[in-house]
Design a protein around this ligand. Sequence first.
Ligand SMILES: [Zn+2]
Length: 365
Amino acid sequence: MHFGMTSTKWGSRLNWRDGLLACMLRAVAWCVAFNALFMAAAVAQDRPTDVLRLELEEAKARVTTLSASTGLISEEHRKTLAEARERLTLLQERNNMLLTREDRGGFVVYATNSQVAQEYVRMAEHYVSVYRQLFTDFKFTQRNPVHFIVYPTKEQYLKYEQIPQWAGGHALTRRIVMMRIGYSDKGYTIEADPRYKMLRLALYYHPDYSARSATLGHEVAHILVWEMLNKNDKEFNVVNGNRFLNEGVADYVGTYNMAQAQNERLSILNKTPQPIGPFTWLDTPHYPATPNQISEYYAEAHLFVRWLATADTKGGARLKVLLPSRDFNDFKKRLEEFERNEPLYKINLDNYAPYRKKVLSTVPR
Ligand SMILES: [Zn+2]
């Protein structure tokens, strides 16, 4: 008999089967134990380990809840359920596309292939080091993992992130939107999810390397500013810093060592006959309304932060004190406080205008 013949080799047929069963049971037991440990760790930290799966599970739960309704079902409910099902299908489709996951140095990247994922992790790590050249005492603790979803194209980004085609920036879902506006045609969204103490960034693979890099660097800098200003783990999403200075730091870091990108950014200031200037922008609580003013705002923020950062060797320490400024008055108070502690590192705000003129004279019109 076939089994009989092999049984001499493997022991009796019964033992062979028992052995296999025991082995399988052990494997299952290990699996259960491992999973339990894993789950316990995840629950203890209250943090998602995989944002794609989390979002899919949420969409599934929503469909289940909506489907459970009995009795008279309104037209509106039917429509909501249909939308929830459509969302679930979209997320399934998306997750099947983003098969690669790269988890390194506090960044988790989801992409279509490992080459793209690794490029983004490398870029993120590069910008952490650029940031740390400016803020030398800052340590990226990685306490809040940063999840990057990299869509292969702009179309897919708009489709799966449910962003209308015309979007410059509108709030999404229930998550708190931290920053939305950047290079307007290089779309991305960044959100902080207080439930999981998680930062989520969605963007798409721009065909131009410097655009990809500057966009990612800009957002990584926002994340690091946020990490630097929110030391207390209990207060997730509290201090965002002064919007104007925050954008300036992000842009300065994002275009670090990229002369062409910097010139592109700054050239708008050469085309603005009556600039609004940093002191008024520091007092402006929201982003400007028109595309031209938005470009001016970012360019001025970039140049003003560059001036503050490079005035002397205390640039980063100075910026760190100034970043949370509520308005121009608060900014001046913080600057005075900084200079009381560092009397050898005084700057004069009147010197910004000549600095600005000198830099802009080197920028192509
Ligand atoms: Zn920004």
